[in-house]
Design a protein around this ligand. Structure first.
Ligand SMILES: [Zn+2]
Length: 234
């Protein structure tokens, strides 16, 4: 076998190793993304809950202020009852006090509701925050494992690329460039032996005189049908 062909076969084997490691590295990204997605969901629910609590808490403060104001006015109206003398004024004052009492009861009810709501939401928020902390703790192990895998693969990749470059250096530049171009385009096997007088990739028959010349010179040629490199085994 021609030394060029031998070297190209070896180079292709090194390329397959490099690409295999790259595929393993690519497969890591979705695993990390899955961990991130789970975490993002919990964070989103925690943040939504915090937003709800903030809004309800503002309502609570506002209601509490309104209640205080209303109570003061109401107390004043109640005190006024004692000083009104005339019947018409007295009737108006009594109905004002009654109405004021109704509003008081309503305001107190609303304040109680919103306070309960805030307290319940705070309790749930506490649970969610604990869940998030637990999740982070659980993910520490998984993330470390992934990082370790990535580190090992990165070291392997550097070594494989070095071996690949060393192999490539032994091949004459025009042939090596031709191979590299085809490999980049195909991203898979790019060098094929002739099989029963046909291209090993697309099975297109190669004319006899060309096959014979490839056998005698050891030349590596491009298949005109599918564009891969072809060589004669003997
Ligand atoms: Zn072909």
């Amino acid at each position: 076998m021609h030394p060029d062909v031998k070297a190209l076969i070896a180079l292709q084997a090194e390329d397959e190793i490099v690409e295999g490691i790259m595929q393993q590295l690519d497969a890591i990204a979705p695993r990390l993304a899955a961990l991130d997605a789970v975490r993002a969901r919990t964070i989103k629910s925690v943040n939504e809950l915090r937003g709800t609590i903030e809004a309800d808490d503002r309502k609570r403060v506002d209601l509490s202020q309104r209640l205080t104001d209303h109570k003061q006015r109401h107390d004043k109206n109640v005190a006024q009852l004692d000083v009104v003398k005339r019947m018409r004024e007295a009737t108006a004052a009594v109905s004002q006090v009654e109405m004021g009492r109704k509003v008081l009861v309503e305001l107190e009810g609303s304040l109680r509701d919103v306070t309960n709501r805030v307290n319940e939401a705070r309790r749930i928020l506490g649970d969610r925050e604990a869940e998030l902390a637990m999740l982070d703790e659980e993910q520490v192990g998984a993330r470390r494992e992934i990082q370790e895998e990535r580190d090992v693969l990165t070291v392997k990749l550097v070594e494989a690329q070095k071996a690949r470059d060393a192999e490539a250096a032994s091949i004459n530049a025009p042939l090596r460039n031709k191979y590299d171009r085809i490999r980049q385009r195909r991203r898979s096997q790019s060098l094929f032996a002739l099989l029963a007088g046909a291209c090993g990739s697309c099975d297109t028959a190669i004319p006899v005189h060309r096959r014979q010349s490839m056998s005698t010179t050891g030349a590596v040629e491009v298949c005109e049908a599918c564009g891969v490199l072809i060589y004669a085994k003997e």
